[in-house]
Design a binder for this molecule. Structure first.
Ligand code: G6P
Length: 482
């Protein structure tokens, strides 16, 4: 059976809304597989791959019925969604209701009863698919993220013999915000079906424990939750990470170094390259960042073409209205800054609404003197950790939002409150001007952290914790000796 590295051959089934690859239809009607966007896939793929695990998920296009297949060392089990379900469960409830609510209402959550019904239906379909493919007693099922919060309980009802873990990749909001959700109790009850619930930060776990006490009347002792039915589970922080060794290796390849040098040349050999890399999402603070950067240019505190900003904004959730609005605003803002500050052949902001393979990203990270990771709210933000993992030369500075989970670990970054535009401007200038020895000291400390607490350690900590909870449950259920 399939196992996960570092966890004693534990058989594992990962279930996530998306498969690690998306099926994309091309202009001529043919289809091809492309890597899926986002931090969840980036983190979990090496974990599942290195162990030959199973991945249950949606292939990313509506009405796509596919049989299970083996690819890249994984067993892949596709779950189909109709076009209506994509609109109501994925774009609607997951990304129009939960996403803005869980990110501290940085967008306005929409509450639609129809969307909730679709969310329940689709969660049941995922639970049924897992119930069919998971092997016998003790098999570990690891459910991922806010799209599938009802799966743990639905699955337990069908397969009480499984060990069920859940990991929330995004923040869990404070009670005052969470309490708005009309289905707040159903979601908590769904999650309470797990044996272990993981969060990015201690604060997220604390918010969840409070919500569980308030809605479901459970008793909590530290991270332990006592359910009324005698079953115990745990909710705790397990900060996610990147495959640091693989990124380090990639960033040292001669072709990566050559590409980084080429990028620098293509950008006109500026003194300083400032980089932003985000999904085009309103939680990422792209507009605040552009405002700060534009003001620095207006005030002459930064000057194009000595300094250039490269903003990669990868396309995301393009059919959701709030994302369309954001794209318009970002593009108008970039256009204004460029209109005011570019010279012929030397744009002040290089804006790329595209997705790049990881080889190109590694080269960009190496070329960038400063990386701006300034989300208004973010579960972890793996871009920050990828940057650190790629900077084997111990150069480069990171400006990092306090509202990203990564700020708990990457304390040597230039930490900022992204809502404070003046503070953001000062941090950008400090990060540009920092002495090389000081930059190297900061980068060394951050690299130590990321290489020690990498994604494999994250997975084994979570799966080890899950095994312990499940074993103590088995002990309690066993008759007392003698
Ligand atoms: C975040 C979420 C993931 C999601 C990813 C990409 O990282 O935590 O669950 O897959 O964004 O978003 P998308 O909606 O395209 O899957």
């Amino acid at each position: 059976m399939r196992g996960v590295a570092g966890t004693r051959e534990t058989p594992v089934v990962v279930v996530a809304n998306r498969l690690p690859v998306d099926q994309v239809t091309l202009g001529d009607g043919s289809t091809e597989w492309r890597p899926s966007p986002g931090g969840l896939v980036a983190a979990l793929e090496p974990v599942v791959q290195s162990s030959g695990g199973t991945w249950v998920g949606w292939p990313g296009a509506p009405d796509t019925e596919l049989d299970p297949f083996d690819a890249d060392g994984m067993h892949v089990v596709p779950v189909a969604l109709s076009a209506e379900e994509v609109a109501e469960y994925y774009e609607g409830f997951s990304n129009g209701t939960l996403w803005p609510l869980y990110h501290d209402v940085t967008g306005e959550p929409v509450f639609e009863r129809r969307w909730w019904d679709a969310y329940r239906t689709v969660n049941q379909r995922f639970a049924d698919a897992v119930a069919e493919v998971a092997d016998g007693p003790g098999t570990v099922v690891w459910v991922q993220d806010y799209q599938l919060q009802l799966v743990p309980d639905m699955l337990r009802r069908r397969r009480p013999d499984l060990r069920i873990g859940f990991f929330d990749h995004i923040p869990f909001p404070g009670w005052e915000i969470y309490a708005r959700l009309p289905w707040r109790k159903q979601i908590i009850d769904g999650l309470l079906g797990a044996d272990l619930i993981g969060f990015q930060r201690g604060g997220d776990a604390a918010n969840f424990l409070r919500a569980a006490r308030s809605t479901s009347g459970v008793v909590t002792r530290g991270s332990v939750i006592e359910r009324g039915d005698g079953r115990q589970l745990r909710a705790a922080a397990f900060p996610i990470s990147v495959d640091a060794a693989a990124l380090d290796e990639l960033s040292r390849r001669p072709e990566t170094l050559a590409r980084a040098a080429e990028l620098r040349r293509d950008l006109g050999n500026p003194t300083t390259i400032v980089l932003g890399v985000d999904r085009l999402d309103y939680t990422k603070g792209i507009l605040h960042r552009l405002r700060a950067y534009g003001e620095l240019l207006d005030e002459g505190r930064l000057g194009a073409p000595d300094v250039v900003l490269v903003q990669v904004a990868s396309p995301s959730r393009e059919r959701v209205e709030e994302y369309q609005r954001l794209r318009d605003e970002v593009e108008v803002t970039v256009g204004r800054i460029n209109g005011d500050h570019s010279a012929v052949g030397h744009p002040a902001v290089h804006y790329l609404h595209q997705t790049f393979p990881k080889e190109e990203m590694a080269a960009l990270y190496l070329a960038a003197d400063v990386l701006l990771v300034t989300p208004l709210r973010d579960g972890m933000n793996l871009v920050a950790k990828e940057y650190v993992a790629c900077r084997h030369d111990e150069r480069g500075s990171l400006v990092l939002s306090e509202f990203a989970g990564a700020a708990d670990e990457l304390r040597q970054a230039f930490l900022v409150n992204p809502w404070d535009i003046d503070g953001l401007k000062d941090a950008v200038l400090r990060a540009i001007a920092v002495a090389p020895a000081e930059a190297a000291r900061r980068m060394r400390a951050m690299r130590r952290r990321v290489s020690e607490f990498d994604v494999h350690r994250w997975a084994s900590a979570f799966l080890g914790g899950l095994e312990m909870v499940a074993e103590s449950k088995a002990e309690r259920a066993a008759p007392a000796p003698g």
